[in-house]
Design a protein around this ligand. Structure first.
Ligand SMILES: [Zn+2]
Length: 543
């Protein structure tokens, strides 16, 4: 849900309430003019109308934007549509009933006061209430933003872990050399970089959770795309704390945007946008965009950089140009929109909150590499069509360029004092034993991923080999000056930390961060599970 569309929704409610107020005033004035004003009846009617409208609005804003998704945890065998109908009925009935209860109370209070107090007494009380409300309205927002919360000493460094799923040196390296990725290049020049060793099975949810926790999958509990019962994994199934939970419990602030397996979000000090947010934003936003026209064109203009004619749907379906564009459109749209949405979320949230720790995750590079690897690396395959190589050969490089631009905007948002670690969960290689029913899936995961560490707390030192996905979490904690958990399976990568920073902030450990940081979790399922399974099937991740 973007701020813009939320505001639009709220505006609808405000207009409703304003209309109701005008209506109530007109009715009241008409009665006054006719001198048949019955204070109790009219008060009850006005309060009921206003409260009902307000309650409907609030309940709608709370639940309906989340339709078909996480507002309702899947109950028994009910479908999404049934759940939504129940939700709508609940909103209407409960708003109406709430309206009557409050109207009845209001009349009761008015009667009570008029029996107990003289008219000047009522005026004094009303005046006092008015002043109190005004004071609350003025002080309230200020109090929220400036409320001091208990925090330990500030962290030794601000740290951001930036996840680029599937980022691979064979693709990234030559593109950096050719000057097409200036942001990656700058970070490499100013820091250290090298392969990041991952562990089989190379399944993204388990690896991203290992990166975030520093723990082996057998300990953190996220082992595959789905659990033993076929339910797509979610954060309620994770058994150990993440870096952001540890930072948060130590008094630091965090922004976590779109990281794999973060629905439902954790209880942290700061902002967390789960990795299922984009599925909510896409539907209503796209509907709005297609009504207004322009934003879609803007979006497609940038989308067009991926060797793609945004207007292709107007062609005949039998047309070769239609087919050619469709191959790009279908697999790209999903990753591109996802990255754009979380990119925007990160660029908006981070400058506002200036958190001590940031984790942002981008998905699209992995996605395009699954579908277009043979056109970028034709030599690894037998007989890739030369015309197709010319047509699609730049899709992956163009996506890396887009990722580089996203990275540049993110770094702007993070600020120059942020030390960043870019990581990928795995690299890529040619899939030669491809499934004939899915001939387009020509790239597959490879254990050698990417890391680049750069910023004030890190050393400038070129290539460093040896880091693994287990080392990122303990290193991030150490750089921030927080104790490393003895339960973590990796080590602090002191060879990439600036020696002065390390001297000023020697590595300390605690045996465990334990249940104080992350207690016992109640596992949940979601109405989105079926659509997530469909998507995993289309990628060949599950049967
Ligand atoms: Zn993948």
């Amino acid at each position: 849900m973007t701020v813009g569309s939320l505001l639009a929704l709220q505006l609808v409610g405000v207009v409703f309430v304003a209309l109701a107020l005008v209506g109530a005033a007109v009715i009241g004035l008409a009665r006054l003019a006719r001198r048949d004003f019955h204070p109790d009846d009219d008060l009850r009617r006005v309060v009921h109308t206003l409260t009902t409208l307000l309650a409907w609005f609030l309940l709608t804003v709370t639940f309906l934007p989340l339709k078909g998704s996480e507002a309702f945890v899947k109950a028994g065998r009910l479908t999404t549509i049934q759940l939504n109908m129940i939700g709508l009925a609940t909103v209407l009935v409960s708003g109406f009933v709430l309206g009557w209860v409050i109207a009845w109370l209001a009349v009761g209070v008015r009667r009570f006061l008029s029996h107990r107090l003289t008219p000047p007494g009522i005026r004094t009380l009303a005046g006092g209430l008015g002043v109190a409300c005004l004071a609350l309205a003025l002080i309230g927002p200020g109090a929220r933003t400036s409320a001091p919360t208990a925090r330990a000493a500030p962290p030794a460094a601000r740290v951001a872990i930036i996840g680029v799923d599937g980022c691979d040196w064979d693709m990234l390296g030559p593109l950096v050399e050719s000057g097409r990725l200036p942001t990656f290049e700058r970070l490499m020049d100013e820091g250290t970089y090298g392969p990041l060793l991952s562990f089989s099975p190379l399944v993204s949810p388990r690896i991203w959770t290992t990166i975030a926790t520093g723990r082996d999958p057998s300990e953190h509990g996220i082992e595959d795309f789905v659990n033993d019962d076929g339910v797509p994994v979610n954060a309620s199934m994770r058994r150990v704390p993440t870096v952001w939970e540890i930072v948060s419990s130590s008094g630091g602030t965090v922004n976590v945007i779109g990281w794999y397996v973060t629905w439902p979000v954790d209880d942290v000090r700061g902002v967390m946008v789960s990795d299922r947010m984009h599925t909510l934003v896409r539907g209503p936003l796209q509907a709005l965009h297609s009504l207004s026209g322009r934003p879609t064109d803007d979006r497609l203009e940038e989308f067009g950089r991926f060797t793609f004619d945004p207007a292709y749907e107007r062609y005949e379906k039998s047309d070769a140009a239609y087919q050619r564009n469709r191959i790009v459109d279908e697999p790209l749209r999903w990753g591109y929109l996802r990255d754009t949405i979380y990119g925007k979320a990160a660029e908006t949230a981070i400058p506002q909150y200036r958190p001590d720790f940031v984790a942002v995750y981008y998905r699209g590079v992995d996605f395009v590499q699954h579908f277009f690897w043979q056109y970028s690396m034709p030599d690894a395959f037998e007989n890739v069509d030369a015309q197709a190589v010319r047509t699609y050969g730049d899709v992956i490089p163009n996506y890396y360029e887009y990722q580089d631009a996203l990275l540049a905007r993110l770094l702007d948002a993070l600020g120059p004092d942020m030390s960043v670690i870019i990581v990928s969960d795995h690299g890529f290689t040619a899939r030669l034993d491809g499934d004939p029913s899915k001939p387009q899936l020509t790239g597959m995961h490879d254990a050698r991923g990417v890391y680049i560490a750069s910023g004030p707390a890190f050393r400038r030192g070129g290539l460093v080999e040896g880091p693994t996905i287990l080392d990122i979490a303990p290193t991030a904690l150490a750089v921030m000056g927080l104790p490393v958990s003895g339960e973590m399976d990796g080590r602090v990568l002191d060879e990439i930390i600036h020696p002065e920073h390390l001297r000023a902030n020697p590595v300390t450990t605690v045996p465990t961060y334990g249940a104080d940081v992350r207690g016992e979790q109640q596992e949940v399922e979601s109405t989105m599970d079926e659509s997530i399974r469909d998507q995993l099937r289309s990628l060949g991740y599950i049967e």
